[in-house]
Design a protein around this ligand. Structure first.
Ligand code: GUN
Length: 293
């Protein structure tokens, strides 16, 4: 079997179409959704993400504010910027790009964000709401994965979902979402991680395998059941002298081998990647809609 590809560009285009209509409806009521992104320091990968988020806002006709702060910004200065954005009525949602410089306490910054503007869904109150099945926002990357499954017609109810990786940004919220009651969920969920002894045995029992462990080509074909749906959240830059840049992106899954076994698979790049910004935009639109509700 050669797997069908689930492409983030196609799925996100469908969602952007829906978002454009919701943005038009908001504008007709005098509200332009506003998203701010705060970047502290000059991490090159973060600069790319932040630029892309701003560009997508502009493309959708939303208000975009990019706040660039120097590496030596103090925690107090950053907290005062967060307070300013919390109070700004033209900004419906905002996020502080992670990672932050070492001298800043990430948790204190996340806790200071008004939960009703926390479009990353990183605030403990939003994480808790998601866990009890009454979410205000869903975290962007797991929500993107769920949309890829739903919009590709993958039935998740009663299926064994194995999540590889236990990060707060992907693994843990992904598992929490798939175990909820309702469409696109209702799954039986297992999380495996670097300390799981029989990891390959567990992944082989997955109907739907979601991999976010941050190790290039970690999941090999022998770890995948015939006909499984494989979602690769990994983006690892590896050296490749044949590539013009000297490096290229690979996922956490050995794509070439696994695609011969899976029923559906997401490539890297072009798979989950475009979904994260898309779902972030969806959260920003949601935050603005709540203001007029
Ligand atoms: N760094 C990597 N991914 C993310 C994300 O989704 N949100 C924020 N704020 N920082 C990140």
């Amino acid at each position: 079997m050669t797997a069908k590809l689930i492409l983030g560009k196609e799925v996100s285009e469908e969602i952007y179409g829906e978002l454009r209509q919701r943005i038009e409806a908001l504008k007709a009521r005098g509200v332009t959704p506003g998203l701010a992104v705060v970047l502290v320091g000059e991490d090159p990968a973060s600069q790319v993400y932040v630029r892309k988020k701003g560009e997508m806002c502009e493309e959708l006709g939303m208000k975009s504010l990019t706040v660039l702060m120097p590496e030596e910004t103090t925690q107090e200065e950053l907290l005062s910027k967060v307070a300013e954005l919390n109070a700004d009525p033209s900004i419906h949602g905002f996020l502080v790009q992670l990672p932050l410089p070492d001298h800043i306490d990430e948790e204190a910054v996340i806790n200071a964000i008004d939960p009703s503007k926390d479009v990353d869904c990183f605030h403990p109150s939003n994480v808790g709401r998601m866990l009890i099945g009454n979410p205000d926002f869903l975290p962007a990357t797991p929500a993107g994965v769920q949309q890829m499954l739903v919009r590709s017609g993958v039935d998740t109810a009663g299926k064994h979902v194995v999540v590889v990786g236990r990060s707060n940004i992907v693994g843990k919220p992904m598992a929490a979402m798939m175990v909820q009651k309702g469409a696109g969920a209702d799954s039986t969920v297992t999380i495996v991680h670097s300390r799981t002894p029989n990891l390959a045995e567990m992944t082989r029992s997955a109907d739907i395998l979601i991999v976010a462990i941050g190790k290039p080509r970690f999941v090999t074909a022998d770890m995948v059941k015939d006909g499984a749906v494989v979602i690769d959240v990994g983006t690892n830059r590896v050296a490749d002298p044949t590539h013009p840049k000297g490096s290229r992106l690979v996922g956490d899954v050995d794509f070439e081998a696994v695609k011969e076994k899976a029923s559906y698979i997401t490539p890297v790049p072009g798979g989950v990647g475009p979904m994260t910004i898309c779902m972030l935009m969806a959260n920003a639109v949601r935050a603005a809609e709540r203001v007029v509700e």
